[in-house]
Ligand binder design. Structure first.
Ligand SMILES: [Zn+2]
Length: 408
């Protein structure tokens, strides 16, 4: 009887008598930790598997893509049946992570890291892990993590080569470290993001299951250190913040370079540290009601909501034949809209003009729409310009949409 009881206890306490042997591992800290993994491809799979094995208590998975057969060679969490059904990567990954470790909370978003994940969620995280394959996505994630003041661990893989870097407000910024040429390329991609193809395949990067394992493992090792904030402060271990970890597998070269970059004049790493909460304001609030709530809470007369991540597109006109289309969508969803509309898809992209709103004020003609309908995600932090200055306001009514308590 006693034996049985004991056995049951061992089963319930993940990592007991295993991780306890590690001098630095704090069970409570790891259990309470909140980690977001952005991208559930080859790297994301490895990262998630490792986080689950370590028993990281709260995991959020973000990915907008579905599983394809080509993913199976590098994705430990996906099966052929998932590709047959074209299931979402984030959803399947969440289920498999729970299978590995049923003691942890896992949440997933089938969506984009900026348009579908509110800054409030980023603000609650201890660490964000970027498992992305484009510079544009990395830049967007960097801006959000800088605003939210949360460190993020970047991983990149190609063939048998990979790298890991850690970015952190005040110390190291992804965008500050980019060359002028790389920045130009990203901005070109961004400026024609609306009507042109933001999702365009820029050529596939050849990757291998082994490099994903190696780099995903280093990323999680860094995340585990960053979760142990006290140990970092006390110098129990040092992190890769401001460093560049580079692994070259063809000839087995491992290098760590200094690569901290944090320029004073970079507009992209602003920190939104003063955030006001309006308990009744959420993404499902109509714009007209949001204006009333903001005016009352901020005691101001004029409010303007600045769309910092996404514009709102109401009209697209073809210059070729003056045909009008009314997408009424955030700009990030326009490429899909164009793809699904035959007349638009077949017109030359250079003949299309769009009308987009970047700032929403009293003159905005669609005030009956909700904040979500113009592209603001749930639990976001919105930027509001007023006659008294700029405020950052959390959509606090959305906080309870999360099954695990993000305040703990
Ligand atoms: Zn910067």
């Amino acid at each position: 009887m006693e034996e049985e009881k004991k056995e049951e206890k061992v089963k319930k306490e993940w990592g007991k008598e295993v991780f306890d042997l590690l001098s630095w591992y704090q069970t409570d800290v790891v259990k309470k930790a909140k980690v977001m993994v952005v991208g559930a491809g080859a790297l994301g799979n490895e990262v998630l598997k490792n986080l689950a094995l370590f028993g990281v208590g709260n995991i959020v998975i973000v990915d907008f893509d579905t599983i394809e057969y080509s993913n199976l060679t590098r994705s430990v969490l996906f099966r052929e049946a998932d590709a047959d059904k074209g299931l979402y990567k984030s959803e399947v990954a969440a289920r498999k992570v729970k299978e590995i470790n049923p003691n942890i909370n896992v949440q997933y978003v089938c969506g984009r890291l900026d348009a579908d994940v509110g800054l409030g969620v980023y603000r609650k995280m201890d660490v964000v892990i970027g498992c992305l394959d484009s510079r544009l996505a990395r830049m967007q994630l960097n801006r959000l993590c800088m605003r939210a003041n949360v460190p993020w661990v970047e991983g990149g893989i190609e063939n048998l080569t990979g790298s890991v870097r850690v970015y952190r407000q005040g110390e190291n910024c992804y965008e500050c470290g980019l060359t002028e040429n790389a920045k130009m390329n990203i901005f070109m991609q961004l400026s024609c993001a609306g009507i042109a193809h933001r999702n365009e395949d820029l050529g596939r990067t050849p990757t291998t299951p082994v490099i994903a394992s190696i780099i995903g493992a280093v990323q999680v090792q860094e995340a585990m250190k960053l979760i142990h904030k006290e140990e970092v402060r006390e110098g129990v271990f040092s992190t890769l913040t401001g460093k560049w970890f580079h692994y070259e597998g063809m000839h087995n070269k491992v290098s760590v370079y200094d690569s901290a970059a944090f320029d004073d004049d970079c507009p992209s790493h602003e920190c939104w540290d003063e955030v006001l909460r309006i308990p009744k304001l959420g993404a499902d609030t109509r714009i007209s009601d949001a204006f009333l709530m903001l005016k009352e809470a901020l005691t101001v007369k004029d409010v303007e909501i600045n769309l910092r991540n996404d514009k709102f597109v109401d009209i697209i006109v073809s210059r070729h034949n003056n045909q009008r289309f009314t997408p009424m969508l955030p700009e990030s969803k326009i490429p899909d809209y164009v793809d699904s509309n035959y007349d638009l898809y077949t017109s030359s992209r250079s003949e299309l003009n769009q009308n987009a709103y970047e700032n929403i004020d009293e003159n905005f003609p669609y005030k009956r729409l909700t904040l979500r309908e113009i592209g603001i995600p749930h639990y976001d932090v919105i930027e509001v310009s007023t006659e008294k200055g700029i405020y950052h306001v959390e959509l606090a009514a959305d906080e309870n949409r999360f099954p695990f308590n993000l305040n703990e």
